[in-house]
Write a protein that binds this ligand. Sequence first.
Ligand code: HEM
Length: 509
Amino acid sequence: MSLKTFTREEVKRHASEDDLWIIIDSSVYDMSRFVDLHPGGAFPILELAGKDATDAFYGLHRQEVLVKYNRYKIGTIADEKPQVDFYEPGSLSKVPYAESSAWMGFKSPYFTDSHFKLRAAVRKVCDSLAAEAREFEDAGIKPSDEFMQKMGENHLLAMNIGPGPHLHGMVLPGGIKGEDFDYFHEMIVHEEIGRWKVRGFDDGVIGGMVISAPTVLNFGSPALKKKIIPEVFAGRKRICLAISEPYAGSDVARIRTTAKRTADGKHFIVNGVKKWITGGCWADYFSVAVQTEKGISMLLVERGEGVETKLIKTSYSPSAGTAYVTFENVLVPVENLLGKENKGFLVVLSNFNHERWVMLTGSSIACRLVIEECFKWANQRLVFGKRLIDQPVIRNKLAKMISSLESIHAWIENITFQMNNMSYDEQSDKLAGPIALCKYHVTRVMHDVADEACQIFGGRAITKTGMGRTVETLQRTYKFSAILGGSEEIMADLGVRQAMKKFPDGARL
Ligand code: HEM
């Protein structure tokens, strides 16, 4: 139907249940056929029949409801312009603090043209996948092969595990050469994926891969790498890391899964159980920590006879594919050793800094997105005849959230700069402590942001659909970041113990 223009007087004449028009931000909607289907009931719409419902609408719905139900729009009000901006896919938010400093127009010592180009291109791709990501999350199902392959086609899988030869020769989004990719580019990729606002689903897509692909890339034989890495980066196969067990979480040394050599020495036989394995439900490959004769080893196990996975019902998301994995007499070729036999600890440790740093970037963007939503909500929600933002107590909550976010973000940028400019050995020596402390602090900030955001959103913060769903996601999922990849307590302690190693003997007050 072509769109017409009306006067407000004309709209007023359509105020009965059978002939019901309303105005939202200078657009006219014919609600006659929808009023009885309206999820919020007929009553609220009937009360506003023939009237301007803009404030009432934005007090109760997310903007995307209007996009989804655009078919009910019949025209606009003559000589009036819309006051509300619609989000243009691929664009930057104009809400203060909704983008990181450099993208809010501030000078940055870190970001170059190349980073801006990559963000612009990746945002477009991620925006085009966002609705699909939400559908998987809402349905609580496995990210489809097609979805994974779209990620693969845009190099969105390969760009999650740091710079390096695996990207060389590739042309990345925005025309960036794989050789020029650095940790700031990677930070951008994590942030853009985070903008789907479906944290559990994100983990189902990249979580398992981020922590396991490096074990093959850095410690696998050339043949293993050649077989596995291209198919994982293309999204045709999935991989996960299987270390923690029901009896050993952060305490890796206590794992009980065993790998015993067969008499001919050509295979290992793996027996044991693993718990909380992100992406394990749909993994084709498992990078597994096992006890061998004289210590811990890492083995790449392919899904097959003797490998079973079942979904753990976490409060996170079924789409994360968090699995309980059992290995029963699984035959694994010795060529699948990752690193040297009995030296698996090295493999496990080698990836901790990167894993934790990835969690920093994901946690910081999760806070930023919630703050943006709090800012918008506080401006549009009317309580006792005033906007929420007109209450000093709400401004104070926003101040606390923004200042905490910007300070952690500045620290994360500083750490990222160090990663770009230090050799692997220097990073291992100097960064384990700061990354651990930063992770400890970031998850404390997440706790505070989730807490304040809940108070701002009220009941909506504990409702999975509608206005508060991003806040609901954060308050339900932030604990995962505070536990996974090293719990807050272990992070805090590790940070101080690392600092103690460099504490000068002669220091006195
Ligand atoms: C184009 C017009 C409208 C459309 C397409 C629409 C659609 C929807 C949808 C899809 C929901 C459920 C999802 C959600 O919670 O976001 C909903 C809920 C609701 N709507 Fe509407 N709506 C419209 C206009 C209105 C108006 C004018 C009012 C008047 C106040 C209203 C009042 C409500 C209420 C009270 C709820 C329940 C919210 C809650 O559970 O917190 N709607 N509407």
